[in-house]
Design a binder for this molecule. Sequence first.
Ligand SMILES: [Zn+2]
Length: 92
Amino acid sequence: MPLTHSLQNHMARDWVRARHQRYLDARGGKGHEADIVGQEIELDWEKRKAAVDGKCKCNFCSRNLQLVAFRCPSGGAVACLPCKMRFSYYGS
Ligand SMILES: [Zn+2]
């Protein structure tokens, strides 16, 4: 049974949280949150052509995907570029 959108999105957010935590830990951990605000954190989401797997809308904002999409390896949520960028910053 395919995963529901909301479960995929939940898994993607967990993935993002883990990446942000790892980034913070590598820079001193707790207490250094302010240091990493505004820095782009690599999510390692798979960049691919839009509309692969028959998906043509972003999981998060329902915008039509344009040229590229970013797929979270955990759960398979697909994000548009603006949503992926939003997730790439600490605190998002
Ligand atoms: Zn989006």
